[in-house]
Design a binder for this molecule. Sequence first.
Ligand SMILES: Cc1cc2nc3c(=O)[nH]c(=O)nc-3n(C[C@H](O)[C@H](O)[C@H](O)COP(=O)(O)OP(=O)(O)OC[C@H]3O[C@@H](n4cnc5c(N)ncnc54)[C@H](O)[C@@H]3O)c2cc1C
Length: 261
Amino acid sequence: MANPSRVAVIGSGISGAVCASLLAGKGVSVTVFESGRGAGGRMSQRRETMEDGKELFFDHGAPYFTVNHHEVMSLVGSWEAQGLVAEWKEIFGSFDRNTGKFLDFEKEGLTKKYVGVPGMNSICKALCREPGVETKFGVTVGKINWLQDRSLWSLTGLDREDLGQFDGVVASDKNITSPRFTGVTGRPQPLDISSSPELAVMSQDIPVRSCFVLMLVFREPLLSIPVKGFSFKNSEVLSWAFCDSSKPGRPCLSPDSRVCS
Ligand SMILES: Cc1cc2nc3c(=O)[nH]c(=O)nc-3n(C[C@H](O)[C@H](O)[C@H](O)COP(=O)(O)OP(=O)(O)OC[C@H]3O[C@@H](n4cnc5c(N)ncnc54)[C@H](O)[C@@H]3O)c2cc1C
C-alpha cells in the first residue's frame, strides 16, 4: 500500500483501535468493523444490574496494563492527560495456596499500573470516535477477498452482505484468522481468508488458549485481604484476583462502600 486512502480495520480492541487512530491521524479514511456492541475487545467492560437496580461494572478482560517502552509511555501520557486512563495506586501481592498466606507485597508505584477510566474500554471507545474513524458495531466480517483487477480488498459480512472495498485491511484479532477458534462463548466464526492462501497458512500456527473470568460481588468489603490485586502461587486453576472497585474513577456503588466487585 503506497498511499492507501481507505482502510478497513477488523476489531475494535486495543490493537485495532490504536491502529485506526494512527492511520486516521495520517489522513487515511478508516472504517472499523466490530462484531460486538461496543469498542474494547479483551479490554471491555461489562455491566450487570442487581435486583435493587444498582449497576455493577466489571473489567472482565485485562484488569490493568503496564508500560515499558518510551513511545508507548508518551501515548499513555496523552491518554492520561485526556482523563482516559489513570494510575492504579494500590498494594499488590501474591497468595500461596499451600500456606494460605499473602506474600511478595509490591511497593506502591514500583511498577506503574494503568487502568482505563471509568472502564478499561474507555481508551478504545475514545480512539474509535476520533476524526477520520468510522465504526460499525454489531458487524462481523465473514470474508475478505482480493480483487486482482482493481487492486482492492472486498469485505463481506456473515450473511454475505457487501461491506465495501478498501485499499488495505487490518485484521487485529489473532482469533480472527485462526481456524482453531470456532466461536466459543458466542464469539464470531473465524474470518474466511481462503482467497489469500499465504495468510491462511500463516494463521494456522497461531495458538489460542482459553481462559475464564469470574465476576464476583461481595456485600461486605473483604477486609482480611491486605491487597487489591494478587496472583496465585501453587494453583493450576487460578491466576489472579483483582478488586475492580478499588480502581480510580469507578462509580461509587454504595455510599458506605459495602459493595465490592
Ligand atoms: C482475563 C484477561 C486478562 C488479561 N490481563 C492482561 C493484563 O494484565 N495486562 C495486559 O497487558 N494484557 C492482559 N490481557 C490481554 C489483553 O487484554 C489482550 O492482549 C488485548 O486486549 C488484545 O487486544 P486485541 O486488540 O489484539 O484483541 P481483542 O481485544 O480480542 O480485539 C479483537 C476484536 O475483534 C473483534 N472481532 C473478531 N473477529 C471479528 C470479525 N470477524 N468481524 C468483526 N469483529 C471481529 C472482537 O469482537 C474483538 O472486539 C488479558 C486478557 C484477558 C482475557
